[in-house]
Design a protein around this ligand. Sequence first.
Ligand code: 6PG
Length: 469
Amino acid sequence: ALFDIGMVGLSVMGRSLALNMADHGFRVAGYNRSREVTEQVMREHPHENLTPFYSLQELVAALRRPRRIMLMIQAGSPVDAVIGQLEPLLEEGDIILDGGNSFFEDTRRRQAALEKKGIVYFGVGVSGGEEGARHGPSIMPGGDEQAYPLVRPVLEAVAARAAGEPCCAYIGPDGAGHYVKMVHNGIEYADMQLIAESYLLLRHVGGFSNRELADVFARWNEGELRSFLVGITAGVFRERDDLAEGELIDRIVDSAAQKGTGRWASIEALRQGVDLSMITAACNARILSNRLEERAAAAKLLPGPEPARAGDREAFAEQVREGLYAAKIAAYAQGFALLRDASGRYGWDLRLGEIASIFRAGCIIQAAFLDDITAAYRRDPGLENLMLDEFFRARVADNQRSLRAAAGAGIASGLPLPAMTAAVSYLDAFRGAHVGANLIQAQRDWFGAHTFLRTDREGSFHHEWGKGL
Ligand code: 6PG
């Protein structure tokens, strides 16, 4: 029998995606570098459409042409190593898809190198964790558009569905798919950080118990904040500890790791000259969270205010909810502004509305909110910034008082709210408030004769500063 697709890498994500493909009637040839992993998958997840292979030669020989081989392996040098092993086995027109979290510049390089040899290469963003991969992830394929019809049926079949449409769309050439996944992850960081800051406010200023927090987030999950992340947050607060008394959340160390995709987004944003302050704030929050010993030592040396308790807890919770919603708009506005810039810079012609639409289900940032973003880009595909769309403009106008009040309460109470406060500053700078850059110009001209622009005359000017003193 000839197989429809090969899956290289059978740990959690590869195995789940392979089984998902098998469920949809594709005959999948599975391979893992270590034989034990393959055997374990076959033992624990037997499927009539999934067949194990124990060498890449045999796997390649068993695939129908053009061959389609998906890699679900650790990003970085392992991807280059496997491509190196596959290359001599493949023929012109065969297709490799990399479904890992690869850095988009690596994908561009690999795509260009393989194209010269007649091999088609797709960098495919896949989001949704194990559950998504198994039952429907959000999929962001980037590569040669001409060859896309050859991989489209299998990708669309396994993808999540939103309003009946598959959460999978051709993104653009070379690294576009992995770039979009990188920005998705950056937004994921900001979303998680904003929810964590809301938790700090509700707990320390609002005085909510874990049980009450579970109810608050569950309620939020029924309104405009409905999302996968808010939903699991409600679940987290409800979870009992099975090793000790009380809820598990209170026994978890206050320190969070990161594998790097969010940080890449921040670095690219600085390189491109796009303000991604909220995602950067989320990265920094994780970095500082890791300095547990330093924080413990400094806690004894650097005093701060005691949290001031909110008078009306319910009203305060509503303020936090509205503030979170406004801040979320700013975070997505930044993420999509980065995509817009990349689209022009790399000539990718990204369709932002379509990207929003495939985030509606399957992925980690899936949310009701993405219906509104999709609608905004359908109204105006060239929209410069999400906050300028009529719907979001009105929502920002309605909620910004709450954002300021919630962030202000946190600051006064000594709570670190890096993402929420970044949202306020981004909003104010973006809406044209005086940002003080006239003074920066003057300073640059004073110490370096960098010249300055005037409000009342054309041209650039230099002034002999300080001579009149
Ligand atoms: C997804 C996720 C996933 C990511 C994890 C961990 O879309 O399914 O983004 O790809 O690897 O969320 O990311 P960090 O370790 O960087 O937090």
